[in-house]
Write a protein that binds this ligand. Structure first.
Ligand SMILES: [Zn+2]
Length: 378
């Protein structure tokens, strides 16, 4: 059994301390593979004088050269022939900005499936009770983005009676149809079956705000839930306090805070960060997070704000074992959370350099313009 399989089979998905050794071994295994099979990755390591064998202890992880997500958008790197990849997902991106393409081989998918079951089961999202889905995101055929694929995958966690997508195709591309989403929610409020809302927190928030502005509210049946994912992207400045969002969800849909969860992830780092009951993103054993100084790129101690560097040995097909995102975040020590999880938790603050934002949900300007138009017409 390889180190990756051992890591993804680990019993407690938040046992950071217990997995230090196996995590480093899995990263070394992955780095050696990527070095041998991806010439571009080898060039990066050679250029920085780093050998996969240099990965011996946890401290060495910070010295492993990382690839910025902007680099992965400009250069599609693979360490396997495409025929061996079962899925190729791309990151979201505006039409002109380029997208990263991530291949997933069977071993990565198997590891990912074990991870989802381990992380998601305690939140009771695997269910035999059929439900309706309202997705604040793209239909699966509308785009090849990882976010859309993930959202579509989540609609199989409980049997689907219906799927309503809040993003509608127009001649100019996809635009959020908030009014359509509100109509669907009001209609589903009369169904005896639960409804699950999922997708971008921004559009979920905007739709529920609109619902409330119109004096509409429903009481969705028990078992209904909200799964927010994909982050606030270009809408991060409009992000409300978490408590305000939960209160809005309760008022408009009758869904309690315990049934609202949020996930964090990136196409270049498909690890499932699911928030705990205290709504914190504890880092699971499958990954490590290093916060780096935005100017020197040196690792920062816990509690300091910086660029989020995500590490995982999950994928062999694409050398994404250490990627530097343009997210700004803080890593907090574990153990002080009321949920009892011992692993550190990641707080996402926002995005670095507004002018550098290239990974908005899909054509940020077009979307915003579409929303303003729609808002003006109602
Ligand atoms: Zn917690």
């Amino acid at each position: 059994m390889g180190a990756r399989e051992k890591l993804f089979g680990w019993k407690d998905p938040y046992d950071t301390e217990g997995t230090e050794e196996v995590f480093t071994a899995a990263m070394r295994e992955n780095a050696a593979y990527s070095y041998a099979h991806c010439p571009e990755y080898r060039a990066v390591l050679d250029d920085q004088g780093f050998s996969p064998e240099d990965l011996r202890t946890t401290e060495d992880l910070a010295r492993l050269p990382f690839l910025p997500t902007a680099f992965l958008k400009a250069h599609h790197l693979f360490a396997m022939p495409r025929s061996r990849m079962l899925i190729r997902a791309s990151s979201s991106g505006t039409s002109g900005a380029g997208r990263s393409e991530i291949g997933l081989e069977p071993g990565a998918l198997a590891a990912g499936a074990r991870m989802v079951v381990k992380i998601a089961s305690p939140r009771h999202i695997l269910s035999a009770m059929p439900c309706h889905y309202v997705i604040f995101g793209y239909p699966p055929r509308g785009t090849s983005t990882a976010a859309a694929k993930t959202a579509f995958g989540y609609t199989f966690l409980a049997p689907a009676l219906s799927r309503t997508y809040a993003m509608r195709k127009t001649e100019g591309g996809y635009v959020p149809d908030l009014n359509g989403a509100v109509r669907a929610l009001v209609r589903l409020g009369k169904s005896p079956f639960p409804t699950r809302l999922m997708g971008f927190p921004s559009y979920t928030y905007f739709a529920l705000k609109r619902m409330e502005e119109r004096g509409l509210s429903v009481r969705l049946p028990a078992g209904s839930s909200v799964m927010l994912g994909g982050g606030w992207k270009q809408h991060w400045r409009e992000r409300p306090e978490k408590g305000e969002l939960y209160a809005l969800i309760r008022r408009t849909l009758g869904i309690p805070e315990e049934a609202v969860m949020e996930s964090y992830g990136a196409a270049e780092h498909p690890i499932l960060y699911c928030d705990c009951p205290a709504h914190r993103f504890h880092v699971p054993v499958y990954s490590r997070v290093i916060i780096r100084d935005p100017w020197t790129l040196e690792p920062l101690p816990m509690g300091k704000i910086g660029l989020v560097n995500l590490l995982t040995p999950m994928i062999f097909a694409t050398p994404v074992l250490s990627v530097l995102t343009d997210d700004l975040g803080i890593l907090h020590p574990g153990g002080d959370c009321t949920c009892g999880k011992k692993s550190p938790w990641l707080e996402i603050i926002g995005r670095a350099g507004m002018e550098e934002i290239r990974t908005c949900a899909a054509g940020a300007e077009a979307l915003l313009a579409g929303m303003r138009e729609e808002g003006a017409g109602t």
